[in-house]
Design a protein around this ligand. Structure first.
Ligand code: PEP
Ligand code: MN
Length: 338
């Protein structure tokens, strides 16, 4: 349920409500909005007497949260969340955030070429996997910590925020040391212990939708992160599995308005995993922005033919620069900037 505070209440009034919620054995999440502060009280409310809360000074009303996800839901927070990436840039709000870079970090030359090119074209973040979740155990698994070090170098040379995947609980501290955003991949969306571990860090989390997850399961996964106290979740649609083999995944852009209705969290679109084909990436990027996406996650490689992973869906720096020009025009048409 949500305890809606009266407008103009003081911090002490909110602290008092938080104390009462804790006394009732529930968990509190304070959400400060532009108009009102609300306190979400989460937990099993069977047999809990709410009258102390109702009588509390400066409490306006108590409303149940109907959605199964709570802190992630629009019911709790009406305004769209803007997630700060720590380098002065953010995801959410009027600006469309573009994060681009190679699928995997391969070597310094490759990474810095990609990083400088995407920065020059207007990206705010650099993506690149150091730990790669590969379907085949004999395929390239990523450079591990050496890859993280290269990402840190690319950040210091370009100022781009680093977005990189964490695959397991034992990697969380290490990846969090180097990354600005922890990416949780599609194969791990249901790894609840990893979601909890990421929720205990102070780093924003980019959560990819499981390729067979429903929207509700996706938001419940976000709720796992948020209920640990980390509100900074960026949702990423990267395509789902359907019978269609023409594309690597089917990219359901209808999730954008659906997420906007259900949640205050920003949603970015990954047209690279979402199609599997480089030639489709610009069109789906334009479509995503037109549909209201808060950002794009795009695979860019200086030499896609020789990429160690996902070359077929990687665009070149030149292709990315062209894409950004088109993306700016679409963004302007829907009242946003890049
Ligand atoms: C990736 O971004 O390269 C990746 C492995 O993504 P996903 O988890 O969506 O497959
Ligand atoms: Mn990839």
């Amino acid at each position: 349920m949500i305890v809606v505070m009266q407008s103009g209440c003081a911090k002490e009034d909110v602290d008092h409500v938080v104390g009462l919620i804790r006394e009732l054995g529930l968990t509190d999440h304070v959400i400060v909005g532009t108009d009102r502060t609300v306190v979400a009280a989460i937990g099993d409310k069977r047999g809990v007497d709410m009258s102390s809360l109702e009588r509390s000074p400066m409490v306006d009303r108590i409303v149940p949260i109907l959605a199964p996800y709570k802190v992630a839901s629009r019911e709790v927070k009406k305004e769209a969340s803007v997630i700060s990436l720590g380098n002065g840039s953010s995801v959410g709000g009027d600006k469309v955030a573009v994060i681009a870079g190679p699928c995997s970090v391969e070597n310094e030359t490759q990474l810095l070429a990609a990083a400088t090119a995407v920065k020059a074209a207007g990206a705010i973040g650099l993506r690149g996997g150091a730990f790669k979740p590969r379907t085949n155990p004999y395929d390239f698994q990523g450079l591990g910590e050496a890859g993280l070090k290269l990402l840190a170098k690319a950040r210091s040379e370009t100022g781009l925020a680093i977005v990189t995947e964490v695959m397991s609980i034992d990697q969380v501290d290490l990846v969090a040391e180097y990354a600005d955003v922890l990416q949780i991949g599609t194969r791990n969306m249901h790894n609840f212990n990893l979601l909890i571990a990421a929720g205990r860090t102070k780093k924003p989390v980019m959560l990819k939708r499981g390729w067979s997850a429903t929207l509700q399961e996706f938001l419940l996964a976000a709720e796992y992160v948020m209920s640990e106290g980390n509100q900074d979740v960026i949702l990423c649609e990267r395509g789902i599995r359907t019978h269609e083999s023409y594309v690597r995944n089917t990219l359901p852009l209808a999730i954008i308005p659906a997420i906007k209705r259900e949640s205050h969290l920003p949603i970015v679109i990954d047209p690279s995993q979402g199609t599997g084909h480089a030639y489709m990436v610009p069109a789906m990027s334009r479509a995503a922005i037109a549909a209201g996406a808060d950002g794009l996650l795009i695979e860019v490689h200086p030499d896609p033919e020789h990429a160690m992973t996902d070359g077929a869906q990687s665009i070149t720096p030149k292709g990315f620069t062209e894409l950004m020009g088109e993306a700016r025009a679409i963004a302007a048409a829907v009242g946003r900037t890049i």
